[in-house]
Design a protein around this ligand. Structure first.
Ligand code: NDP
Ligand code: 8X3
Length: 253
């Protein structure tokens, strides 16, 4: 049987690009996200184009009970997951700590940290009997540095950095690889979501320099996944050439 990759947040950006890359490599896919129409459209397109099979899992990673139920009903042969891409995540708002919206904080921590944990607990228990598997956590430059007004988003991605290290230690004896992929600025729906639908403001983030695109990250993930069995890439920080740090970007005037 073909290998299986489970990708969270597969309806847009980096997750969608990963779905294309793994499909092209002949993987069958479990694609998870909340937007049903988009998920179905992407799944049908990839099944037609690459002659692979896809299971769609409509779930919110924040909702532990329904997430658990949605994954539990997958047939047993679909639980032999080779690669988990913990990609579902978001930022909400860009405000100083005294002005931040506590609902935004809950959303970021619940999605980026707790959601990633819930998915990992379930899927690592599927991997352990096989004594193999590869977990890719999508962190961020925001998990390596803290930038003005990034406070809670940066904290959530620092948590992903710590959890990646912890998972690697805990899953070592089971032959499961754990990798962190930490991108700088990637033009996806990320900033539209951060600015709650303000497309003009989001567009400005990526003006006057060449940001990364989602395919750049999918390409790096494929590199990591396709190393020989005895090789693990622990941590990768990928920036646009025009970006030196989280806040220093060489923009043309
Ligand atoms: P997008 O907004 O384009 O994609 C985010 C994906 O996550 C969507 O498919 C969305 O699907 C899914 N998602 C969000 N919340 C949930 C949830 N509660 N349950 C299930 N799925 C969810 O952004 P990106 O592709 O840029 O972001 C992907 C990851 O990359 C995130 O973890 C982000 O923090 C990280 N990242 C992004 C960078 C960037 O500059 N773009 C840089 C560094 C890291 P749906 O709404 O259908 O559920
Ligand atoms: C998203 C990257 O630093 O632009 O993780 O917020 S950043």
């Amino acid at each position: 049987m073909s290998k299986i990759a489970l990708i969270t947040g597969a309806t847009s950006g980096i997750g969608e690009a990963c779905a294309h890359t793994f499909a092209q490599q002949g993987y069958n896919l479990v694609l998870l996200a909340r937007r049903e129409d988009r998920l179905a459209k992407i799944a049908h397109h990839l099944e037609d184009k690459y002659a692979i099979t896809i299971k769609q899992v409509l779930a919110d990673v924040r909702d532990k009970d329904s997430l658990t139920a949605a994954l539990a009903i997958l047939p047993d042969e679909w639980k032999k997951v080779d690669v988990l891409v913990n990609n579902a995540g978001l930022s909400q708002g860009l405000d100083p700590i005294d002005k931040g919206d506590t609902n935004d904080w809950d959303t970021m921590i619940d999605t980026n940290v707790k959601g990633l944990l819930y998915v990992t607990k379930i899927v690592s228990n599927w991997m352990i009997p096989n004594q193999s598997g590869h977990i890719i956590n999508i962190g961020s430059i925001a998990g390596k540095e803290v930038y003005p007004n990034g406070n809670v988003y940066c904290a959530s991605k620092h948590a992903v950095d710590a959890l990646t290290k912890g998972m690697r230690i805990d899953l070592l004896a089971h032959g499961i690889k754990v990798t962190a992929i930490n991108p700088g600025m990637v033009e996806t729906e990320f900033s539209v979501v951060r600015f709650k639908g303000d497309e003009e403001r989001a567009k400005k983030v990526y003006e006057n320099f060449e940001p990364l695109i989602a395919d750049d990250i999918a390409d790096a993930i494929w590199y990591v996944v396709s190393r020989p069995k005895h090789v693990n890439i622990n941590d990768m920080l990928i920036m646009p050439t025009a970006q030196a740090t989280a806040t220093i970007v060489n923009k043309t005037p």
